[in-house]
Design a protein around this ligand. Structure first.
Ligand SMILES: [Zn+2]
Ligand SMILES: [Zn+2]
Length: 357
């Protein structure tokens, strides 16, 4: 019985290429009580491996959070399998707009303490007392209301390339950090403003909305299914799109274009750009925005220093890295003092100041 991925990303890419079949990229999550996450994880792996599912899935006592891809012609089988599991029956699957057959190259199903590393102690508040879930149409109405503060619950490198018009985009590296900043900045408005929040697929708002209610906010709303589901509803129901730029996603595609606006700039030269580069130096892997010209000039690196190291023979690079930890954890970064055009996104009071003046 094989319970773990055995192929390398490269070998997998060749197989996908050879198969020549369209793949679907999708994501879903569910908070549910799972008593034996390891056993559940093994069952999922066995079935999904036979369906040629690839992706990154977290399983915990509190539920499941998955981002994955699978051959389009096996979608029904996959769906039928989900329907055999109580808490996944008829679950909303967020299907990606831009398809990329190479969005995932391994199947990794991992048991974790939590399905989102939210840094919260869930015992201190009622996680089931959530905000009001709203769809795209109601959301559009709410965010035009003068008594609404719209908050982006994602991190700086996500909101930098795309966000809703007039949203507050806290300049944070982690979800946990944003909670305190938002609470502090909006403490005068716990009762008189609507706190409306959104994130990529809705999962972060599930906890955030309960947390803010616990902290005394009276009118808390969250965008159902996040930006992904919003975009789908906008298209299906021909509603006005109020999202500008790109939606950052956590797979190899990195982002989906939602509107044609390019709202960010190259961190190296300042030109309009919204494509993230993962610095080619294996000891760095900084995630930053780089335009096509700088990409060529800098050999996909974030600095001349990284460029020099990256140009060394592999063995020499390895020797230099010795003793340093693995820095593959790229999404934790996305900041460096030497990038002159990395924007400060802290604009939390803007929307409030506007209607006072
Ligand atoms: Zn540039
Ligand atoms: Zn670098």
């Amino acid at each position: 019985m094989q319970l773990y991925n055995k192929l390398s990303a490269k070998e997998r890419a060749v197989l996908i290429e050879k198969a020549g079949k369209d793949r679907l990229t999708l994501s879903f999550y569910q908070y549910a009580k799972i008593n034996n996450p390891q056993e559940f994880r093994d069952q999922l792996f066995l079935v999904w491996d036979t369906l040629d599912v690839l992706g990154r899935i977290y399983v915990a006592n509190e539920g499941i959070n998955g981002q994955l891809s699978l051959p389009a012609d096996r979608f029904q089988e996959f769906k039928s399998h989900l329907d055999t599991i109580d808490f996944l029956k008829d679950i909303r699957l967020n299907i990606a707009i831009e398809q990329d057959n190479m969005s995932f190259l391994k199947l990794k199903v991992k048991v974790r303490n939590k399905i989102v590393a939210d840094g919260l102690n869930d015992d201190t508040f009622d996680v089931t007392n959530k905000g009001v879930h709203v769809g795209a149409e109601k959301f559009n109405e709410l965010i035009e209301d003068n008594d609404t503060v719209l908050v982006d619950m994602r991190n700086h490198y996500e909101s930098e390339i795309g966000h809703f018009k007039n949203a507050v985009t806290p300049d944070v590296d982690t979800f946990r950090e944003s909670l305190d900043i938002i609470e502090e900045d909006l403490k005068e408005h716990k009762e008189d403003k609507n706190l409306v929040m959104y994130c990529t697929g809705g999962i972060r708002c599930e906890k955030a909305s309960a947390y803010f209610k616990h902290k005394g906010f009276k009118n808390v709303f969250q965008l159902e299914g996040g930006i992904i589901e919003y975009t789908r509803q906008i298209k299906e129901n021909e509603l006005e799109n109020k999202f500008i730029g790109k939606n950052f996603v956590f797979d190899d595609r990195r982002a989906e274009k939602i509107s044609d606006d390019v709202i960010a700039q190259c961190h190296q030269c300042g030109k309009p750009a919204d494509v993230h580069t993962n610095c080619a130096n294996d000891a760095c892997h900084l995630l930053f925005i780089q335009c096509d010209e700088c990409k060529v000039e800098m050999d996909n690196c974030c600095s001349t220093n990284c460029q020099d190291i990256n140009a060394l023979p592999y063995e020499e690079q390895k020797a230099l890295r010795k003793g340093q930890g693995n820095s593959n954890d790229i999404f934790k970064k996305g900041r460096a003092d030497y990038l002159p055009f990395k924007k400060d996104l802290r604009n939390i009071y803007d929307s409030l100041k506007k209607d006072k003046s």
